[in-house]
Design a protein around this ligand. Structure first.
Ligand code: GAL
Length: 384
């Protein structure tokens, strides 16, 4: 199964970008990474990276910075990685400080299009190429965009919800939708994906559309309050399309208080530790595993070539929904994860068995084969 998981994801990476491997220069890397906030950057020629926040999803705090730094260190290219901590003004301040202190390439995962666009405009004025990382800046004019097929993310979330509704034999379910932040272009792509599967079911009255709201800044506490109000106003909610694991967990906490957790299917995204544990208990239905290392490697690969003054060629493109411009796009494959595939995320090394199977989760891990080394035959069998 691991070979299939890896093969599936790798095909996605190779199918849309033609780029040479990262540079093998043996220059030592004195990457100044970490959130020094002061943006001193030492004026050294380097790549600047700005992450959006540390709360909306575990990935921005740990996974993305870890994989990005490793890719630049391996290529001996200096990098400075900072996190805007969810503050738009701080995002712009970090961008300006990086641009004014010698960076040669900028990678940004924006908080909203306005602050992202302001940073891109300053970068362009200083002839610094910008890579939109994971989130497209609407009408921003980034030089490259590296992300997943985000509509496919949404479709997989809907498939997971539909599978659970069918396996629980829930008839004419009322579906609530808890969407990502309206300032995040990804959230609109996820929604386009899941609504493409749910809307026909609303239209045919197989499903009933329930409350549908976006969660500002993906804030998990806010998500809990919104869902609390939803279920108060509409007590009959039979399924929840939650746009990522953080929102999903906020919903599950409300459902637990009402004795409904595990009875009302809930979705998620990001294959976080919390999300995978909620899958094991049956309180969450599906998460979407977006292998962050290939995403970070793809962005770093582009940045390293740009850092060396070369122009990477990218075969994919995406239309900016606001400007109509086509942006060179490296699109990666997401993976739909239900409880039977939690073990594959552990095998892939994204979460450890030690963390996932702690305490009450140990017996559930055993039940679902987490950490059991697939035998060669079973692996081969899976590959058929
Ligand atoms: C999206 C991103 C997701 C998740 C979410 C919450 O833009 O694609 O992976 O992290 O933000 O931050």
């Amino acid at each position: 199964m691991r070979k299939k998981l890896l093969a599936l994801a790798t095909v996605g990476l190779l199918a849309t970008v033609t780029m040479t491997a990262c540079d093998d220069s043996d220059g030592s890397s004195d990457a100044s990474s970490g959130n020094d906030g002061g943006g001193s950057g030492s004026g050294k020629a380097r790549v600047g990276v700005i992450m959006p926040d540390t709360k909306s999803s575990q990935r921005w705090k740990t996974d993305d910075p870890k994989f990005l730094k490793a890719a630049f260190d391996a290529a001996g290219v200096p990098v400075e990685i900072q996190n805007a901590e969810g503050d738009r003004a701080n995002f712009q301040k970090i961008g300006d400080q990086m641009i004014n202190s010698g960076i040669k390439v900028l990678i940004i995962a924006n908080l909203d299009s306005d602050s992202g666009k302001a940073v891109i405009e300053n970068a362009k004025a200083n002839k610094i190429p910008v890579i939109a990382y994971d989130r497209l800046i609407r009408n921003g004019g980034a030089d490259y965009y590296v992300s997943f097929d985000n509509e496919k993310v949404g479709k997989y979330q809907a498939y997971g919800l539909i599978n659970c509704i069918e396996s629980k034999n829930i008839k004419n379910p009322v579906i609530a939708e808890l969407n990502g932040s309206s300032t995040d272009n990804n959230a609109s792509l996820f929604k386009a994906g899941y609504d493409s599967q749910l809307q026909p079911k609303y239209d045919s009255a197989e499903y009933t559309k329930g409350p549908d709201q976006s969660v500002p800044d993906w804030d998990n506490d806010e998500a809990g309050k919104i869902f609390e109000q939803m279920i108060q106003q509409q007590p009959k909610i039979d399924g929840v399309l939650a746009a990522n694991d953080g929102l999903g967990n906020a919903v599950i906490e409300v459902l637990r208080k009402k004795g409904l957790a595990g009875k009302v299917p809930v979705t998620g995204q990001d294959a976080t530790l919390q999300g995978l544990q909620n899958l094991l208990t049956g309180e969450q239905c599906v998460t979407i595993y977006k292998r962050i290392k290939p995403e970070a490697d793809a962005a770093a690969g582009l940045a390293i070539k740009l850092f060396k003054g070369e122009k990477p060629s990218v075969t994919g493109q995406i239309k900016d929904p606001e400007s109509g411009a086509y942006v060179p796009f490296v699109s990666l494959e997401p993976l739909q994860i239900d409880v039977t595939r939690v073990k594959d995320v552990v095998t892939d090394g994204f979460v450890t068995k030690k963390d996932l199977c702690a305490g009450k989760y140990a017996k559930l891990c055993t039940q679902y084969g987490v950490g059991v080394t697939p035998s060669a035959s079973s692996d081969t069998a899976d590959d058929k």
